[in-house]
Every structure is written in C-alpha cells, then in structure tokens.
Design a protein around this ligand. Structure first.
Ligand SMILES: NC(=O)c1ccc[n+]([C@@H]2O[C@H](COP(=O)([O-])OP(=O)(O)OC[C@H]3O[C@@H](n4cnc5c(N)ncnc54)[C@H](OP(=O)(O)O)[C@@H]3O)[C@@H](O)[C@H]2O)c1
Length: 277
C-alpha cells in the first residue's frame, strides 16, 4: 500500500481507499446479497483496503451495517473508517443523532473521519462545524472533513471550524477536472488539505477520446485503463482515490495500480486530456 498524509495531521492513510456506494443498496436498502458483500469487504480489508468510505445515505444506512459486520474481524486501530452526514441533518441535534446512528450501524466507538456529505445553505455552517467539534470532544470523531464543497466554501469552512478541516471529497477523475479548473486542487495542495477523489473511474463511463489515450498508455505497461486512471490521480500531491469495486478481480486490479509508474511524458499526456472536457 502507498500512504499519504491526511491533511496536516501526521496521520498516514492509504492512497487507495474503498468506495461503498451501491454495496447493500443505493438510495434504499438491498438485503439480497448481504453475506456475499460482508465476505467481499472482509477480503478487501485483508488485501489492504483499510481505508473505507461510506455514508449514512448509502443504502439508507444498510451499507454502514455491512461495513460494521466486516470490520468486526479486524483490529479497529488498523482501520480508517470514513462516514458522512446527509445535508438534511446538519443542525446540531440532528448531526449528533446521525453520528450516533452511524456508530451504532458500524458497531464501533468512533469514526476516523466524518464528512459533511453536501453543503446545505439553509443551515449556518458554524452550527454544523461546532457540532462536528462537539463530536470530536466526545471522542466519537477523530478528524473532520467536508465533501462537495467548492473552493470558496472550503475556505469558509477552514476559517470557521474549531477543528482542522482535513479533506474535501469531490468528483475528480481523468475527465471530470472541476477541481483543477476552479482552483480547488491548488487550494488543497497549498493548504495541506487532502483531496479525496470520488468516482475516480468515472463509473467506467468514459468518452471515446479518453479511452483511446488511456488504452495506448495502458498497453505500454501491460496495465488496464482503470489502473492508469488511478495511477494518474494518485501521482498528484495531496490526492487520494476511493474506487468502488464489487468483485475480487476489480479489487485486486485497482490495488495493483499502486505499482504502476507512469513516465513524466505519459502523465503530461494524460493531463492534456482535461482540455478535451
Ligand atoms: N461524496 C460524494 O458525494 C460521493 C459521490 C459519489 C461517490 N462517492 C464515493 O466514491 C466511491 C467511488 O465512486 P463511484 O462508486 O461513484 O464510482 P467509481 O469508483 O468511479 O466506479 C465504480 C464502478 O467501476 C467499476 N469498477 C471498479 N473497478 C473496476 C475495474 N478494475 N475494472 C472495471 N470496472 C471497475 C465498478 O464495477 P463493479 O462494482 O462491478 O466492480 C463500478 O461499476 C463511491 O462508492 C462512494 O464511496 C462519494
């Protein structure tokens, strides 16, 4: 595994974490493959996926339950568990209730990182960040972060939060270059904030142009296009990625991206792809 520092905390986290959106349902719970998913999650952790990304929203809480069942088999301190509070729970009391419910479903005493899943302009940001800080004081949250915050809102959060904002989890992949265009990536890199790239494989829905370039680079290394996408992302300072994989084969393939060393020319060519989108 390759590790990167979480924000400026000194804590090292795996540069490739595991996304769980769809494991145990999307907007609603799906109980039909529970045992299979718990086994898959256990195998993933054994393989090195000790950084797991989930949310109260996923499967309406059921995803957290499945993660909770899988992590019981491991030492808690070896894991880095991330969850997120949904934007309709950003009032103080709601957030603390959501946090407790998340911990109950994960069957654990704390989350390593708790994120505001999406901003909600109807709730003062201070109130949410103060509630997060309360969660930290109670020992229920180790680190505080945000998700889907643009550059300006992230900066506002950094100034308003009593706890350091250690990450912003946003859409970022070879074709979705929002964080580069808006200056968010640069802000994170300059201020010691980890940018967690979600949908790093673009949910496999790539344009023909991107696919062509990726295939050419991949073939030179005997790699797959998804490994190239991940290697490109984690070559960037302060960036980690959380691909979701639903099979052992995909889990392995994505982890092996860590061994792929792209040349400066290849990285530059992949950077250029952003100009197409
Ligand atoms: N904060 C937010 O608002 C937010 C939003 C979206 C996502 N997220 C987080 O980010 C995670 C990842 O994003 P995502 O799930 O949207 O998309 P993604 O990771 O870009 O793509 C997942 C898709 O790629 C496929 N896949 C994985 N590895 C593959 C491989 N090696 N070869 C071919 N196909 C492969 C998966 O198929 P299989 O399942 O068949 O392996 C799945 O269909 C989510 O699970 C979630 O934890 C956060």
């Amino acid at each position: 595994m390759v590790y990167k520092e979480l924000g400026k905390t000194g804590k090292m986290i795996p540069a490739i974490g595991l996304g769980t959106w769809g494991i145990g349902g999307f907007e609603t719970p799906d109980y039909s493959r529970d045992d299979e998913y718990v086994e898959l999650l256990k195998k993933a952790i054994e393989m090195g996926y000790t950084h797991i990304d989930t949310a109260e929203y996923y499967g309406a809480g059921h995803t957290e339950e499945l993660v909770g069942r899988a992590i019981k088999f491991f030492r808690r301190e070896d894991l880095f568990i991330v969850s997120k509070v949904w934007p309709n729970h950003l009032r103080r009391d709601d957030l603390l209730r959501s946090l407790e419910a998340t911990l109950r479903r994960l069957d654990t005493d704390y989350v390593d990182l708790y994120l505001i899943h999406w901003p909600n302009p109807e709730v003062p940001l201070e109130e949410t960040l103060d509630a997060m800080a309360e969660g930290v004081r109670m020992g229920l949250i180790k680190h505080v972060g945000v998700s889907n915050f643009d550059r300006d809102l992230l900066e506002e959060a950094v100034h308003k939060s009593r706890e350091p904002i250690v990450c912003d989890q946003v859409l970022y992949n070879i074709e979705d270059r929002g964080p580069e265009r808006t200056g968010l990536l640069q802000y994170c890199q300059e201020n010691g904030i980890t940018l967690v790239a979600y949908s790093p494989l673009k949910r496999t829905k790539l344009s023909e142009e991107a696919r062509k370039v990726l295939e050419r680079v991949a073939s030179k290394h005997g790699a797959t296009i998804y490994q190239v996408m991940l290697a490109w992302l984690i070559s960037k300072p302060a960036v980690v990625a959380i691909p979701k994989a639903g099979s052992l084969e995909h889990l392995r393939e994505n982890l092996e991206a860590l061994n792929l060393k792209l040349t400066e020319e290849e990285l530059a060519e992949l950077d250029e792809l952003g100009k197409l989108s």
